[in-house]
Design a binder for this molecule. Structure first.
Ligand code: UDP
Ligand code: MN
Length: 317
């Protein structure tokens, strides 16, 4: 039988046999013990983790409790100031991006001493993706301990630490501004990452729930900001241009749902004067506290409801 150069079992037997046949001294026994102890320690290190990215690879190994100091901070240090942000991520089937995003943004915000909690609003129903409704759900579920929200795409990673994520007291703050966003450069763009005080978000009645599938919900929200007489702010003094964000979005893998069904073609450009926080219909199926590479987040598994007589385009076919 032929063996490749990386597979030579005969040689291993030869080595083992010559080793065992020699006289066993105290020192050899001591060395073996040390090897055993080191091996055990390594095994504990690999299996002891609540870290999802590690659990994926080692899920067959038993789980063991970990020393507390391995977990990073809960991102809620009151000495960082009175404000706390609910970072809302509208989400469906972007698992690989999530594994990168949560630890990245948690570390980024901690470095900047921004108190925060990360809420992943996971759309479970079979309707088309509805980014705006999921953000409304995130707002409703954000709790009394937060006083401002960041609507944040899962695939946008801020690269410049000078970007401001602080409390947007004066008015909505569009972090992913058109001069800095890698893809969208039109003046009225407010998508990607937008911060608002809860008071201001409420003043707009949140976002419209009529947008199913990709796009336009952010453009409608721009018109709500205008209608509510809110002044929009954008970053200044950032000189990293369109390299300010990394957009971890492979369009071949993550196809945008740009179908326009029935009246959606006309309706997508209209304002929705009534709908928003006041008419979002949903059920929270469950909540899960998850830690990804030491970064905590809450996954809120959500079923959106759709009135098919009002927006028949919520269904794919
Ligand atoms: N998104 C998602 N699953 C989808 C579609 C969108 O999780 O099937 C979320 C995700 O947070 C994403 C955001 O909605 O970053 C915006 O969608 P997308 O990245 O497709 O739009 P783009 O801004 O790249 O045009
Ligand atoms: Mn994207």
């Amino acid at each position: 039988m032929m063996y490749s150069s990386r597979r030579k079992p005969v040689l291993y037997f030869k080595d083992d046999r010559s080793f065992l046949s020699r006289k066993c001294t105290i020192w050899k026994l001591f060395g073996l013990c040390m090897l055993f102890v080191l091996g055990s320690l390594l095994l504990v290190q690999l299996t002891c983790s609540g870290d999802m990215s590690q659990t994926v690879g080692y899920s067959h190994l038993p789980h063991q409790p970990c020393p507390v100091e391995r977990q990073s901070s809960s991102a809620d240090d009151p000495s960082w100031g009175p404000h706390k942000m609910a970072l809302i991520v509208p989400f469906r089937e972007r698992f690989e991006e999530l594994l990168i995003f949560v630890p990245y943004i948690h570390t980024f915000l901690n470095k900047k001493k921004i108190r925060h909690k990360i809420l992943i609003i996971n759309q479970l129903d079979h309707f088309r993706f509805n980014r705006a409704s999921l953000i409304n759900v995130g707002f409703m579920e954000s709790g009394n301990d937060t006083d401002y929200v960041a609507m944040h795409d899962v695939d946008l990673l801020p690269q410049n630490e000078d970007l401001d994520y602080g409390f947007p007291n004066e008015g909505p703050f569009h972090v992913a501004s058109p001069e800095l966003h890698p893809l969208y450069h039109y003046k009225t763009y407010v998508g990607g990452i937008l911060l608002l005080t809860k008071k201001h978000y409420q003043l707009c009645n949140g976002m419209s729930n009529r947008f199913w599938g990709w796009g336009r919900e952010d453009d409608e929200f721009f018109r709500r900001l205008k209608a509510a007489d809110l002044k929009l702010f954008r970053p200044t003094g950032i000189n990293t241009g369109t390299k300010t964000f990394r957009h971890i979005h492979d369009p071949a893998w993550r196809k945008r749902d740009q179908k326009r069904i029935a009246a959606q073609k006309q309706e997508q450009f209209k304002v929705d004067p009534e709908g928003g926080l006041t008419n979002v219909r949903y059920k929270v199926e469950s909540r899960q506290e998850v830690t990804i590479s030491g970064a905590p987040c809450t996954v809120i598994n959500t079923f959106l409801e759709c009135d098919v007589s009002l927006t028949p385009w919520c269904q794919s076919s």
